[in-house]
Design a protein around this ligand. Sequence first.
Ligand code: HEM
Length: 476
Amino acid sequence: MEASMAMAMLIGLVVLLLVLTRALLRASAFPREMDGIPGSLGWPFVGESLSFISEFSSPAGIFSFMNKRQQRYGKVFKSYVLGRYMVFTTGREASKMLLTGKDGMVSLNLFYTGQKVLGPNSLLQQNGEDHKRLRRLIAEPLSIDGLKKYFQFINTLAIETFDQWPGQKVLVLEEASTFTLKVIGNMIMSLEPTGEEQEKFRENFKIISSSFASLPFNIPGTAFYRGMKARDRMFEMLDTIIARRRNGNDLQQDFLGSLIKKHNKEGKDDDEKLTDAQMKDNILTLLIAGHDTTTAALTWLIKFLEENPAALDRLREEHMEIRSKRQVGTSLTWSEVNNMPYTAKVVSETLRRATILPWYSRKAAQDFEINGYSIKKGWSVNLDVVSIHHDPQVFADPFKFDPSRFDDHLRPYSYLGFGNGPRMCPGMNLAKLEISIFIHHLVCRYKWKALEKDDSVQPTLVRMPKNKYPVFVELL
Ligand code: HEM
C-alpha cells in the first residue's frame, strides 16, 4: 500500500515537473516581432505579474497599472503578465476595432482552463458565422419579452431575501450571490429556491466557478481537477432534467424547456438545431458569464449608493413615487420595472465606475495594425476598459459617482458597461431586470451603513470588494 502511494506521488511529481517545464519553455518563447511595441516585459518568467496583481487588488484598481504605462509608452504597450505576452490598448478607435472584429480579425481569448471548463461548444469559443448562429439560438429567451415570465419569481425572491436583513450584519456580496444564482437556476431549469437540488446546483457551480481561471494542472487535489469533476456532476444533473422533459413528465416554461421544444422539432434544418452537448455547454456558459458579473454589479451599486447620499436620495425618490401610485397591498409590476429612468443611469454609472470586467481580451486571428503598431496573428490583444471609462475628456471628474452624467448622449464605444459589437452581453436585460427589482425593494424599505472602510478588491477576473461589503441594515 505504502509502495503504491509512493509510486503515485512520484508519478504526480514527474507530471507536475513536465507541465511546469512546458509552461516555462512556452513562457520564454518571446515573439521577436514584439520588439516594435513599446513596453517592458519585467522579470524573467514572472514578467510584470506581481505589480499587475497587486495593483488590480488595490483600491485604485488596475487603472494605476495601465495609467503609469500609458503615460510612459502611449496608448499601445506590451507586457508579460499571468503567463502570457500581452498587448494592451485603449481609446475609442481601438475599442471599435477590437470589439467589432470585422472580417474575423480577432477571436475571444480564453485561458486554457476556461476553455476546458466551458467546453468546446460554448458561445465563447465560437467565431464568425458559427458564433452568430449560436448566439441567435441561445440569446432569444434573454430578450425583454422572453424575460417577462420570470418577473414574478425574481420579485418574490427579492422580497424574501430582504425579510432576513433588518437588525443584522449582512455581507452584501454573499446575499447578492445567493440571489442571482437562485434567479438563474430558476430561469434555466425551474429550480426551486430551496431544497436538495438547489444545494447540489450551488455547490457544483461554486467549484466550477473557482476553477475557471485556475492553474492548468488537471491532477487530483487541484482546483482545475475539482472543477472538471463538478462540471461532470452538473451535466449529469442537466441530463436527468432533459430526459424528464423529453419523457413529458416535467413540462416547464423555462429556458431549458424552450430550447428542448425548439430543437426537437422534426424536419428542421440541422443548422437550426442545437445538440444536447451544445445546450449543456451553453447553459454552463450563461451561468459562468452571468453570475459573478451580476453579483458584483449589485454589490458595487449598493456600496456606491451608501457613499453618495445625494444619488441615493434621488433614486429613492424615483422608487417612492412608483410605490405611491400603487394600490395598497400590491407589489411592483412589469411595466413599472421597465420605466425607471434614474435607476437605469445608476446602473450605467455603477458599471462605469466599477468596470467589473476591466479588460476585454482578444486573440489576433490575422495580422493587423492598431494606432500604427503591427499586431501579429496569434497575439493576445487586450482592450483596457478602465481607462476608457475614466477618460476625463468623456467623463468629467471621472472618479466621481454621478449617474446624471448619463443624461447626455455618449458617442458609441466610449462607454462599454456591457461591451459592444457582436459579443455585446446577451444577458444585459436579465442583469438590469434583477438589479432594478432588487434595488426597488431595498431603497423603498431599508437603510444601511457600511461596517468597514476597506476599498480593496479581490484578485479575481471579475472585480468585487474583497471584504464582501459588510453592512448593518435597518427598516426605514
Ligand atoms: C451586470 C451584469 C453583467 C455585466 C456587467 C456583463 C458584462 C459583459 C461584457 C462586458 C461582455 C462582453 C465581453 C467582451 O466583449 O469580451 C459580456 C459578454 C457575455 N455575457 Fe455578460 N454581463 C453581465 C451579465 C450577464 C448575464 C446575466 C448573462 C447570462 C445570463 C451574461 C452572459 C454573457 C455571455 C454569454 C457573454 C458572451 C457573449 C458572446 O461572446 O457572444 N452576462 N458580458
